[in-house]
Ligand binder design. Structure first.
Ligand SMILES: NC(=O)C1=CN([C@@H]2O[C@H](COP(=O)(O)OP(=O)(O)OC[C@H]3O[C@@H](n4cnc5c(N)ncnc54)[C@H](OP(=O)(O)O)[C@@H]3O)[C@@H](O)[C@H]2O)C=CC1
Ligand SMILES: CC(C)=CCC[C@@H](C)[C@H]1CC=C2C3=C(CC[C@@]21C)[C@@]1(C)CC[C@H](O)C(C)(C)[C@@H]1CC3
Length: 418
């Protein structure tokens, strides 16, 4: 793998050229999806129905709304937390502290929105503002990433992420140079990863459901399913908030455009694509099919949660009775690798569960269009690529023990397939 001068880690995402392309392609794809979802033919492939002018994209009201939303989530983040967790040990042997109050933020936001709607807040009008809101969020992500890049220029070397200091400004801007940029105890990456975008996704879905009820008298069964499944996903992420502290986003990746734009814009505006599609293209869905889709969602969630909880419990306390009987491989670092249970079936059982759930989120949209399946396709590519990145990191961390694990558990995500 290529490596630039000054970099300690191999270059990822196609290096400077690949990341430069992604700076353009990611926002362009998001706007393409937003435009296509509301167009008659709703064709994923092919040109967008039209190119919006600046007057349709730029709205000071949307910018104000975005800042009010970010401000509200920041205030909720700063409220007293039920617990304060410590992150993994950093290069300088210190550990950062993180408030665990994301679920509380979700509940309070939902209550506030409920009160707002009762008092006449026109939540159903939000879908009409998606384009200017997405534009304001994209602009904000670019400016925010630039500020993060500048902040990292004066950060000590020990604060830099392993991958974001290649010396190439485009590459470093995209990946992010600083691992945990903070002002005081306010951690920007941790805040963005779980709050404004994820809770914003729930709010956007809810606005689409309200709009559907305004237009057609009541929300469709398909819209209820999509809202319910995705609310469960976000609720789960915030309920198990502490687990995010061991993901590669927090422990390995810098905070740059990829995560800032990914968290703030990409997640709420593209992950809500199924609900957007359903508002403009209502789909009939009978109860037998709905129950079958619920079963797929339940299987996916069971695997996703079972695998994630098993690993998290094992990493926290290997002698916990629920994991103590599992077979393990010792590594030179003193840590062990699970080789039975979920992690003995494939090397990333949690990804498998996540992909099955992704399918369950798209199926309520029927099979007449490819567009609602964008998430399944994108997500499979993302997880296959993420699995390869994680594999490299584990090989560096565990060496021979990792090779032994790969021999004993040959499939990566899908048994007998991949
Ligand atoms: N919806 C979305 O857009 C996205 C969702 N996700 C989801 O986030 C969740 C977390 O994923 P991600 O952060 O990629 O990584 P994982 O939770 O899969 O964690 C990978 C790490 O787990 C540890 N590990 C790997 N194999 C074993 C083993 N056999 N025994 C014990 N520990 C092991 C290693 O770290 P160590 O040994 O250091 O503990 C490895 O680096 C997943 O469920 C994924 O599907 C991820 C990306 C995007
Ligand atoms: C294409 C693009 C813009 C890439 C950026 C990727 C990000 C959108 C994702 C990287 C890892 C993520 C995770 C979640 C959301 C998407 C991003 C930010 C996550 C918060 C979703 C909920 C899960 O339960 C999770 C907490 C495990 C997960 C963590 C990783």
């Amino acid at each position: 793998m290529a490596q630039l001068e000054g970099s300690q880690a191999p270059l990822e995402f196609g290096g400077p050229l690949g990341t430069a392309a992604m700076l353009v392609l990611l926002p362009a794809t998001m706007f393409h999806l937003l435009l296509v979802a509301r167009s008659g033919p709703a064709r994923l492939l092919g040109p967008p129905p039209y190119l919006p002018g600046l007057e349709e994209l730029w709205s000071p009201r949307a910018l104000l709304l975005l800042f009010a939303w970010l401000g509200l989530q920041a205030v909720l983040y700063l409220l007293p937390a039920r617990k304060v967790a410590e992150g993994l040990e950093l290069k300088d042997k210190s550990r950062l502290r993180y408030p665990i109050n994301g679920f509380q933020a979700l509940v309070l936001t939902t209550l506030l929105m409920g009160l707002g709607v009762t008092a006449g807040l026109p939540l159903g009008a939000l879908p009409e503002m998606f384009l200017p809101l997405a534009f304001a969020t994209t602009l904000t992500s670019f400016i925010f990433s630039l500020l993060l890049y500048v902040k990292a220029l004066v950060a000590p070397a020990s604060a830099l992420a392993p991958g974001g200091s290649s010396g190439n400004p485009v590459y470093d801007f995209f990946l992010g140079r600083e691992l945990n940029p903070r002002i005081g105890s306010f951690d920007f990456k941790y805040f963005c990863e779980l709050r404004p975008g994820l809770i914003g996704w729930v709010l956007i879905n809810l606005a689409l459901l309200v709009r559907e009820a305004e237009l057609r008298g009541s929300p469709s069964l398909a819209m209820w399913l999509v809202n319910g499944f995705q609310l469960l996903y976000v609720g789960d992420a915030l309920w198990y908030e502490e687990a995010v502290l061991t993901t590669m986003d927090i422990t390995h990746d810098g905070f740059g455009f990829m995560l800032a734009f990914g968290d703030l814009a990409w997640v709420p505006f593209t992950y809500s694509l199924q609900a957007q599609f359903l508002l403009y293209h209502p789909q009939p869905l009978g109860w037998p099919m709905a129950l079958f889709i619920c079963l797929i969602q339940a299987v996916g969630y069971y695997i996703f949660r079972g695998a994630n909880s098993q690993k998290n419990t094992f990493r926290k306390n290997p002698s916990d009775p629920s994991v103590a009987g599992l077979e393990t491989i010792p590594t030179a670092t003193g840590r062990q690798l699970l080789v039975s249970g979920w992690w003995g079936m494939v090397r990333h059982p949690n990804y498998l569960g996540d992909i099955i759930m992704a399918l369950a989120w798209s199926l309520p949209c029927g099979v007449s269009h490819l567009l609602p399946y964008f998430y399944v396709l994108y997500f499979t590519v993302l997880l296959v690529h993420r699995e390869a990145r994680d594999e490299q990191q584990c090989l560096r961390k565990y060496g021979r023990a990792w090779r032994e694990y790969c021999k004993r558990v040959p499939y990566r995500i899908m048994p007998y397939v991949y």
